[in-house]
Structures are given as structure tokens and as C-alpha cells.
Design a protein around this ligand. Structure first.
Ligand code: SAM
Length: 763
């Protein structure tokens, strides 16, 4: 092992492919040393895809393998997993074996591991999935100060072991434990069991049927759990979310006696009857399989890695695993053999079809506070206009707004700004005591530690290091980086002054560059958490500076005008009397809204035939917009979180003709999911207008990125802050875009500033 990178082999290539994806996602921690499998075509392809050797026997493995993931059925399920694990352990290889493992096999493997002084553990990625983690964390909060009254759970028998693990992690104890099956209907898919888990009464329904032709594919569900307390029930609706909280219905005396719902003591009745705590409900299975599972396995393997490296956070003690294994055996004994259901069929019912059917037929449910859902009418007022034509109109309006531009000035500015930011980044790190010695190599961990970077900014400062190395400010050296010569304060000041001089030749207001420079000066405090980035953008809670940052720079003027022109040509070209329905998400300071209002109302200020719903995730911006746009009675206001399911926020499918998302989607945790949610809100032929940075921006890495949510999508995998233009095109194509246009085009003088408008039309 070099620099803590464990040479790891994956044994088995059915589920093992997820392990390979997990290892590939963390090249700093794991090196894929090979695939060990029976030698089928799939295994050979799989090894070739990862560019690693395929071994067909333990004896062929190289001597220096550190870790093996045994992803074969264990002995108890009729597979060779345990036997293989024992052989690997006896060769001095650390092993993570996929659950479930029989208690006696576990004892044998732990004994063999002890004999050879290596680590052995049972792997289970389910407890690391985002929704399950959220459920476990919420359970700890709910049970802090009150006991659980019941657990009501369901699972498929194939994933019963992880269910017990999830319950153990949520409740905090495993015993007292017992379980009994109730008599079952012969053909019923579910067996009902009752018992006790960690002293909490348990009811459990297990789907105990298997299709012998395809044993992993006939599952009615994975895991579903409700943890009941005197306050209410916490529910994990499915392994991939959502997690929700349903307070108990408690009717006070004032309601019973006087039917008074506003009397003191009825405040709890104003809370939602169910609150979805996270947005995993809208994770599609592609995202689950491609991203969530590998990352969860990676997190699980990290505990094994910590144990191998002798670190402290090496997971639960062996006794815990042994108890879980016993409990799983008790459960499977009660369940008996699964009944066989050969030739099971899968029928697809698209969720979108269901949503559309219920949106049109069902009476409207009460909208979420602040967001009054407009009625869904079926006739779209959108003319069959080409996106190319819309883009041309938008471009012409934007060109008129920004006037002639000096392409050379823009290119010079981009280079000068990058130089200034790089100088500030390296100086901040050096002042914090790291990367000073050009003869020394510093690992990422060391840089983060020495500079005192708070954990939530580790990812960001890693991206700094990547950029500093790519732009030759520091040199990569194996696993780490060489130090750099230091710069004087005068050098750094000059770099900023040069950039400011170019900027002020018509590219934007002084305030913008001063804002960036203030951030650069505060980098040591931003890194260490002593300075909140938001206070630099909203000094004393005021919005003047932010207003200017999102309104006045040349790209903001160009893009806001282009969005506005697109919306106004759609409003002008309506084919029915129905107002054009526009939803703006992440409206923020209202810079884009203001441009749209100007374009729609023209110089006469007439009221347009538009129903405009301004939203943001933050109350602060929604309240400010309400006040600012009070005169525009056709604008409604509400909260909307792009990370959450639209339906849970009171928005119905097909309720918008146009969605405007200006500079907000880089905050989404999962771009694909957020975009698909927005697309569901569109009428057929509707448009999504997105403005976004489409390259890495050093000045953002040194300012607003300190406020951004960590991404869980392609950006996390590639370690970038923004999606590229091509990645956006892929996201939009994946969401069903019929046509997409981007502005400004690649040869435009503003292109080097790296921001784009995407105009996407959906079927
Ligand atoms: C860069 S600003 C957008 C600029 C905006 N178009 C303007 O003119 O001010 C990002 C906005 O996205 C909002 N935001 C951040 N995360 C969000 C989320 N998950 N859902 C909706 N809005 C979010 C922020 O509150 C902020 O107002």
C-alpha cells in the first residue's frame, strides 16, 4: 500500500460491479488491483472496463493485495463466499464480505482474521445511503428524551439483514430481541411477524417470495420503516427515501368542546400533517444505481480502510456483527424458505403518467404555504415556435443591451482575474503555514490540517489545490504538492489592481470587483470558518451589493436580458387567452425578475397577460421580492426548494409554461433530479430557461463557493463546482429536452466569461 491507498480486489462481478464503481470513485484511497471471478464473459468485460487483470483463483493474486471485497453469496445462501473469504484471510488479505453471513461462518472468519492479524468485517452499504442516513439521524433526534413506542417495518427477505442493521442503528440497541411469525395465507406475498427489537415492540412484514430464474429482481420493496413515538411517527418510505415526519393527531379540548381551531393550545394543528424531510423521493433509479450505491459502498469500505490503517473510526465492534448475524438467523428460521414464483413479469407504469393523470382528474390538494398552485388547464398557450427563433430574438435583445464589446479586453480581464485570485489563494494558504517550502511535498490532508480548514470546506480547498496545480502555481509531486515561492503583498495588490482596471473599462461596476477582492482578503477566515461568506455579499443584512452583483456585470446584463426577451416573446405569441404561466426558481435578489418585468410591461407599465410565480428557498428573498414587486399584482410569491419534490411543495405537474432558473441550479444537490422535477411542472411544449456558469471560476471558488451546497452528482465525481455546457446538454437530453439552444455562442466576445443561457423545450 502506498500513501494509504489500499490495493483492492473485487471477488464476484454481479453486485461486485458496484464495488468496482465505488473504488473507482476514490482513487486516493483505493487502487483496484484486479477482479477475481469465475472467468465468465461478463467478468472479463468488467475487468477490461477498469483496465485491471482478471484472476480466476486466489493463488493467482499478487502478494501485495491489501483488501478483498467478497461479493459472492455466502455459504448460508449456497455460495462460495465464506470459503473464499477464509482463503483470502489465510493469505493475510483483509476482507469485507457482503452480508448476510451466517453466525458460525462469521465466527470462523473472525478467528482466521485474528490468526493472521488482518481485518474482517461484514459489508452493508444500505446504512450509508443518503435517505437511510437521514432516517437514522432523525431517529436519534426523535428518540433523544423519549422512548420508541413501536417499530412497524417491511422488507424483502433478500435484504432482511440490512433491515435489522438499519433498525439497530436507528434505535441504538439490538436486545432484548425476539420474533415470531403469524400464520400466513398460502399465496400471500407477505409474511407477518411480531416481536421485540431493542425492547421496542416490532411488527414486520416480509416479502418472502423468490423468482428462481431471477432471484434478485422480484422484489416488491426493499425497506420501509416507521418508528413511532408519543409525538408522532418517523417514516422511511423506501430505502431511497423519502423520510417523513407525521406528528400524531392530537385534538385539544377547545376543539372538542367549542370547535375552535384558533384557541391557544391549538398551535400544533397548524403544523403539516406530514412533512417530507428530504428529497430523496425524487431520486431516479438511474441515479440510485449509478451514484448512490457506489458512494454508499465507498463509505462502507472506508471503515474497513480505517481499520486496516489502524485509525480510530473503524466501526462497530465484532460483537455487534455477531449479534446481528444471530438475529438474522432467528428471523430467517421463522420465515422459512421463500416460496418460489417463477417467470415473474415486470410491467412499467411511468411515474410521470400517474402524476399527469392525477393532476388532471383529481381535485387540487391544498397548496403549500405561500405557493398558490394555479389551476392546470390543458390547452397550452404556447405557439409552436422554434427554439432557434427564440434564441435569435433573445440574442438580438441581449446584444442591444450590452452594446459593442472588446473581445481582447474580455480575454485580458479573465486572465488577470485568474492571476489575482490564484495569488490570493496561495498567499492565504502560505499565511496559514503551509505550501511554503519549494523543496517539500505536502499532502492534501496536511494542507487542510495546517491551514485549519473546517471540514465543510475540505472539498472546496481540494478544488483550489487542483486548480493551483493545473495552473502551475504549485507542482504536483506524486500524492502531494510541492510548496511555491511566496508573493509579496504588493504583488497580490498589483494583480488585483490590474484586473480591476480592465473590468472598469465597461465590463461592470466597481462594486463587483471590490466584492471579489474583499473575499480574497478574507480567505484565511473563510477557510477556517471565522468569516461567513454570506456577510460579505449581504453586509449588515443589506442587499444593495448583491443586487448589483447579479444585475450589473456585463454577463448578468446579457443573460438577464436574453431570459426576459424569451419570456416576453412567448407571452406576445400566445395562441389562447390563458395567461402565460411562468415559474421562477431561485429568484434571489430579483435581478432576472426585474429584467423580465421590464420586458413584459414595456415603457407603459401595462399589466401583461402573465401569471408569474416568484420563488426562492429563502424566506428572506421571498419577503424582499414581495415588497419590491408589490405594484405588480400579477406576480405571486412563494417558497420553492429545487432539492425537494414539487408536489410536496404544492406545485402540480403541468402547471407552468415556462420555468426560469437563473443561477440557482448550481446549488442543487442532484442536478438531474432537480431538472426533472422542474420539467414535470411544464406543460407539453414548455420551456426551461437556465442561466449558469459552465466552467470552473476561480473567483467563485474564492467567494460564493463558500456558501454553496455540496453536490452529489457528476460534479462530485469530477470534483468540479459547475457543469460544463456539454454536461448541461446531457442533463437536459436526459430529462427529455426536444431542442436546446445556448447563448452566447462559443465565438462571442463574452464567451470567455464562462456563463451561458440554455433555452430548452420539452415535449
Ligand atoms: C446566485 S443566486 C441567483 C441569482 C438570482 N437569479 C438573482 O437575480 O438574484 C442563487 C439563489 O438561489 C437560491 N437557492 C439556493 N439554494 C436553493 C434551493 N435549493 N432551491 C431554491 N433556491 C435556492 C438562493 O437563495 C439564491 O437566491
Amino acid at each position: 500500500m502506498k500513501g494509504g491507498r489500499l490495493k483492492t480486489v473485487v471477488c464476484g462481478t454481479t453486485f461486485g460491479q458496484f464495488h468496482l464503481a465505488a473504488l473507482a470513485a476514490s482513487p486516493d484511497e483505493f487502487e483496484i488491483a484486479g477482479v477475481l471471478a469465475a472467468g465468465s464473459r461478463r467478468s472479463a468485460d468488467c475487468a477490461a472496463r477498469h483496465g485491471v487483470p482478471l484472476y480466476t483463483d486466489v493463488e493467482q493474486l499478487p502478494e501485495d493485495v491489501d483488501l478483498a471485497c467478497v461479493v459472492l453469496r455466502s455459504g448460508v445462501l449456497g455460495g462460495a463466499g465464506t470459503e473464499l473469504a477464509l482463503r483470502l484471510l489465510s493469505r493475510g488479505v483483509n476482507v469485507v464480505q457482503e452480508s448476510p453471513v451466517h453466525h458460525d461462518d462469521l465466527v470462523a472468519c473472525l478467528r482466521e482474521a485474528r490468526r493472521h492479524e488482518v481485518d474482517y468485517r461484514v459489508g452493508d452499504h444500505y446504512v450509508h445511503l443518503p435517505a437511510v442516513r437521514r432516517f437514522i439521524d432523525a431517529a436519534h433526534h426523535v428518540l433523544d428524551g423519549q422512548p420508541a413506542v413501536y417499530v412497524d417495518a417491511a422488507c424483502a427477505s433478500q435484504v432482511a439483514f440490512p433491515l435489522l442493521h438499519i433498525l439497530g442503528e436507528s434505535i441504538g440497541s439490538l436486545r432484548p430481541w425476539h420474533i415470531r411469525a403469524a400464520p400466513a395465507e398460502p399465496e400471500a406475498p407477505f409474511t407477518v411477524l411480531t416481536g421485540q427489537f431493542g425492547a421496542v415492540p416490532l411488527t414486520l412484514r416480509v416479502h418472502n417470495q423468490v423468482d428462481p430464474d431471477d432471484p434478485d429482481n422480484h422484489l416488491h420493496l426493499l425497506h420501509r420503516v416507521t418508528l413511532g413515538t408519543d409525538s408522532g411517527g418517523l417514516t422511511l418510505a423506501d430505502t431511497h427515501g423519502p423520510v417523513s415526519w407525521s406528528p400524531r393527531l392530537h385534538i385539544p379540548e377547545s376543539v372538542k368542546n367549542r370547535f375552535d381551531f384558533d384557541a391557544p393550545g391549538t398551535e400544533h394543528l397548524a403544523e403539516p400533517s406530514t412533512l417530507v424531510l428530504e428529497a430523496a423521493s425524487s431520486s431516479d433509479y438511474r441515479h440510485v444505481l449509478r451514484d448512490q450505491w457506489p458512494l454508499a459502498i465507498r463509505d462502507d469500505l472506508r471503515t474497513a480502510r480505517s481499520a486496516v490503517l489502524g485509525e480510530s473510526c473503524a466501526g462497530r465492534p465484532h460483537q455487534y456483527q455477531l449479534t446481528l448475524a444471530r438475529m438474522w438467523q432467528d428471523l430467517t428460521k421463522e420465515l422459512g424458505y421463500p416460496s418460489l414464483r417463477p417467470h415473474q413479469r415486470y410491467r412499467r407504469l411511468p411515474a410521470s403518467e400517474l402524476a399527469a393523470a392525477t393532476a388532471q382528474d383529481a381535485p387540487s390538494s391544498a397548496p403549500a404555504p405561500g405557493v398558490a398552485a394555479p389551476a392546470v388547464t390543458q390547452t397550452s398557450p404556447l405557439r409552436e415556435v422554434e427554439t432557434g427563433e427564440l434564441a435569435r430574438l433573445a440574442r438580438d435583445a441581449a446584444e442591444r443591451r450590452v452594446g459593442d464589446l472588446d473581445a481582447q479586453l474580455v480575454r485580458d480581464f479573465v486572465r488577470q482575474l485568474d492571476d489575482a485570485v490564484l495569488a490570493s489563494m496561495i498567499t492565504a494558504l502560505q499565511h496559514a503555514g503551509t505550501l511554503r517550502d519549494t523543496e517539500r511535498t505536502y499532502t492534501e490532508e496536511e494542507v487542510l490540517q495546517t491551514a485549519g480548514v473546517v471540514p465543510q470546506h475540505h472539498g472546496l480547498i481540494r478544488r483550489w489545490l487542483k486548480q493551483l496545480a493545473q495552473r502551475s502555481v504549485i507542482a504536483r509531486d506524486g500524492e502531494g504538492f510541492r510548496g511555491a515561492p511566496s508573493r509579496t503583498e504588493a504583488d497580490v495588490r498589483r494583480a488585483w489592481e490590474t484586473a480591476a482596471e480592465s473590468w472598469c473599462q465597461g465590463l461592470g461596476p466597481d462594486a463587483f470587483i471590490t466584492y471579489l477582492r474583499d473575499n480574497a482578503d478574507r480567505l484565511p477566515h473563510l477557510m477556517t470558518g471565522g468569516q461567513q461568506a454570506a456577510l460579505l455579499l449581504f453586509p449588515q443584512g443589506q442587499t444593495h451589493l448583491a443586487d448589483s452583483v447579479y444585475r450589473d456585470p456585463v454577463t448578468a446584463r446579457y443573460l438577464n436580458t436574453a431570459v426576459a426577451a424569451t419570456v416576453s416573446s412567448l407571452a406576445a405569441g400566445r395562441t389562447t387567452d390563458r395567461p402565460l404561466r411562468v415559474l421562477e426558481v431561485g429568484g434571489g435578489t430579483g435581478a432576472t425578475t426585474e429584467a423580465v418585468i421590464d420586458a413584459l410591461t414595456g415603457s407603459h407599465g401595462t399589466e401583461p397577460a402573465v401569471d408569474y410565480l416568484f420563488t426562492d428557498v429563502s424566506h428572506f428573498f421571498v419577503a424582499a421580492a414581495k415588497e419590491r414587486f408589490a405594484a405588480q399584482r400579477w406576480i405571486r410569491h412563494g417558497l420553492y426548494d429545487v432539492d425537494q419534490d414539487p408536489a410536496a411543495q404544492g406545485l402540480r405537474s403541468g402547471s407552468a409554461d415556462v420555468v426560469v432558473a437563473a443561477g440557482v441550479l448550481n446549488n442543487a444537490q442532484h442536478t438531474d433530479t432537480s431538472v426533472r422535477s422542474l420539467v414535470r411542472l411544464l406543460t407539453p411544449g414548455g420551456l426551461l430557461l437556465i442561466t449558469e456558469p459552465t466552467r470552473e471560476h476561480l473567483e467563485i471558488l474564492a467567494s460564493q463557493a463558500f456558501m454553496m451546497t455540496a453536490a452529489e452528482d457528476a460534479r462530485r465525481r469530477a470534483d468540479t463546482t459547475f457543469l460544463s455546457r456539454q454536461q448541461w446538454l446531457d442533463v437536459l437530453a436526459g430529462a427529455g429536452a426536444e431542442s436546446v439552444e445556448t447563448l452566447p455562442h462559443e465565438e462571442h466576445p463574452l464567451a470567455p466569461l464562462g456563463q451561458r443561457l440554455l433555452i430548452a423545450r420539452f415535449r
